[in-house]
Design a protein around this ligand. Structure first.
Ligand code: ADP
Length: 258
């Protein structure tokens, strides 16, 4: 599907970007970047003009998830996002030397994030998905206050520890008046690639229960599956293919686009 961009207006906080959706998690390693990347691809497959900003300044992974080694170019002092799988992408990894640590204090990282939003040539977008760093720090606050996103998605595993932090993330968005679109339960159950058996290694239904307790929408469950890990490592987001796992991301995109 060709991106339409037709519905984009200049009424949001960033000219040309109609909707900003932040993807957050209380904890690292729960699959936030995987969900953000595949949500972006699934939204683009529904015909929307989509951008994906990797705001995880200290641990950027979006370039790897899309197999991008190219650098973002500057044209007339504006950063040019890199295109892949029908979406526009930007990450610190496209602007720094591979393997080099980014050792910035919070305000510098927040300002890098804002520059990537405001000083990049995103063109006209229906949705800009922002992959936030885990937790509730400077970048999340700056993003919430300055960009006033239309909503945030919280990614959690079904496990108690991850859910406790997910609750903190939800509380933070409440405090800064960012609507929480809902919770996605990633690594919801293990699907054996050999026999197809399902096993609840991190428990079952934790995120759905937490969502209903907090009065937040439950956006669905994504299995822990070797094919998701393998496709991600190979730089091809699973949502770009037609595996049963892509379905979970299509469902999520439908919920988010609604
Ligand atoms: P986060 O952004 O929360 O730190 P990532 O998206 O980087 O987490 O995911 C952490 C690791 O888990 C990566 O190796 C990723 O490929 C893997 N992973 C994430 N979600 C799944 C899933 N549903 N099935 C299999 N592997 C997954």
């Amino acid at each position: 599907n060709a991106p339409t961009g037709a519905a984009a207006t200049t009424t949001g906080t960033v000219p040309g970007i109609r909707r900003i959706v932040a993807v957050a998690s209380g904890k690292g390693g729960v699959g936030k970047s995987t969900v953000a990347a595949n949500l972006a691809v699934a939204l683009a497959r529904q015909g929307l003009a989509v951008g994906l900003l990797d705001a995880d300044i200290y641990g950027p992974s979006v370039a790897t998830l899309f197999g991008i080694t190219a650098r973002a170019q500057l044209v007339e002092k504006r950063i040019q996002p890199v295109s892949a799988h029908g979406i526009k992408l930007l990450s610190m990894a496209m602007m720094t030397d591979p393997g080099k640590a980014i050792i910035w204090r919070g305000p510098m990282a927040s300002s890098a994030m804002m520059q990537m939003v405001e000083q990049a040539d995103w063109g006209v977008l229906d949705v800009l998905v922002i992959d936030l760093p885990p937790g509730t720090g400077d970048i999340q606050l700056t993003m919430a206050q300055k960009l006033k996103p239309d909503g945030a998605i919280i990614v959690s595993t079904p496990q108690d520890l991850a859910l406790i932090d997910a609750r903190r993330a939800i509380a933070m968005f409440g405090q800064v008046n960012v609507p929480v679109i809902g919770i996605v339960e990633n690594m919801s159950y293990f699907l054996c690639p050999k026999c197809g058996a399902q096993s609840d290694i991190f428990g079952h239904g934790g995120a759905e229960t937490a969502a209903s307790e907090m009065g937040v929408h439950f956006l669905g469950a994504i299995p822990l599956h070797a094919s998701i890990r393998a496709a991600s490592d190979a730089g091809t987001p699973p949502a770009a293919g037609d595996s049963p796992q892509a379905e979970a991301f299509t469902h999520l995109a439908t919920e988010v686009a609604a």
